[in-house]
Ligand binder design. Structure first.
Ligand code: SF4
Length: 78
């Protein structure tokens, strides 16, 4: 489930990348990612805290992470 304002999408490849999971958990200032058993999980209850800093997008390979702004239909990605 998405937040009210924000959704964060990870590709299956990104989700199962243990290194990336750890990195995402570290960089997000509002704890939207959790690294569990080598998998990256999105913490749904924190989604709307996203400050659109793009640290997650930039920490991941191109196209691996998308931060979707549900309120205007645009997304942060690279
Ligand atoms: S844009 Fe920033 S606050 Fe939002 S999920 Fe990515 S790292 Fe977290």
């Amino acid at each position: 489930m998405a937040g009210l304002f924000i959704d964060v999408e990870l590709t299956d490849e990104a989700r199962s990348d243990a290194e990336l999971a750890k990195k995402l958990e570290e960089v997000c200032p509002v704890n939207i990612f959790s690294a569990k058993n080598g998998y990256a999980e999105v913490v749904e209850e924190n989604l709307d805290e996203c400050v659109l800093c793009e640290l997650c997008v930039n920490a991941a390979p191109a196209k691996a992470v998308r931060v979707v702004k549900l309120y205007d239909g645009t997304a942060l990605s690279r």
